[in-house]
Design a binder for this molecule. Structure first.
Ligand code: 13P
Length: 250
């Protein structure tokens, strides 16, 4: 299985800054990238085209959007459709990110609709799940992750799995500097792998499960060594070429 060493730039970078970062990553990573790794970058809409152009001759990279709306077109002010993303050559996107869930109030139902719609439109989707600290303290991790998986992937058939990754991002570890411990990561990833196996059988074993939440260059090697961790999704430490290159090559 390939490792997906992914970046989520969130609401950062002007076009000029995005180009400089993409160029820096290409310079540091392209020639050294092992065959079993790819580097999906989820960048702001405004920088997609510029970043895609810079990375056109860097085969290990993928460029994706952080969001889209699950309709082809229509009266959805402020939204972007998968068709519009494909129009500019973008074939990857995130769904279910904790900031979409908790800042923008996206429900499991909407996230499920986005995930199946995006896959049906030919996008490759990194579908994110994760519990809040209160849910963890209340012993509800398994219940919360299972519900997110059940509703989020309700309408995803097995034949779409080659275009799916799942990212486990405990909300309390995002942007806090607090990485989940190896036992916590191993448990959440095992639970996710087991759920995928129950729903999809053998095909569920081929879905990469990424860890996200305060991943840093120093912690990456030990995180990706954990069973069922098939890559990372990095926020803060992906915003500088030096630190993200170290993560990608860790
Ligand atoms: P940080 O790496 O900044 O904790 O962000 C993680 C994240 O939300 C990636 O999607």
């Amino acid at each position: 299985m390939q490792y997906w060493m992914s970046a989520n730039w969130k609401m950062h970078k002007t076009i000029a800054d995005a180009k400089a970062l993409a160029q820096g990553l290409k310079d540091q990573v392209n020639a050294n990238l092992p065959d079993d790794r790819i580097v999906p970058l989820f960048v702001p809409f405004t920088a997609l085209t510029a970043v895609k152009e810079i990375l056109a001759d860097a085969p290990g990279f993928r460029v994706g959007a952080q969001n889209f709306y699950p309709e082809e077109q229509g009266a959805f002010t402020g939204e972007i459709s998968p068709m519009m993303l494909k129009d500019i050559g973008i074939e990857w996107a995130l769904t279910g990110h904790s900031e979409r869930r908790h800042i923008f109030g996206e429900t499991d139902d909407l996230i499920g609709k986005k995930t199946s719609y995006g896959l049906n439109q030919g996008l490759t989707i990194v579908f994110c799940i994760g519990e809040l600290i209160e849910e963890r303290k209340a012993g509800r991790v398994e219940e919360v992750l299972t519900k997110q998986l059940e509703i989020g992937l309700a309408d995803v058939p097995a034949d779409k799995l080659p275009n799916l990754g799942v990212a486990y991002e405990p909300v309390w570890a995002i942007g806090t500097g607090e990485v989940a411990g190896p036992t916590e990561i191993e448990h959440a990833h095992a639970l996710t792998r087991c759920w995928l196996g129950k729903k999809y059988g053998e095909a569920g074993n081929a879905v990469p499960i990424l860890y996200g939440g305060s991943v840093k260059p120093e912690t990456t090697a030990s995180i990706i060594a954990i069973e069922n961790v098939n890559g990372v999704l990095v926020g803060g430490a992906s915003l500088k070429a030096d630190s993200f290159s170290k993560i990608v090559l860790a």
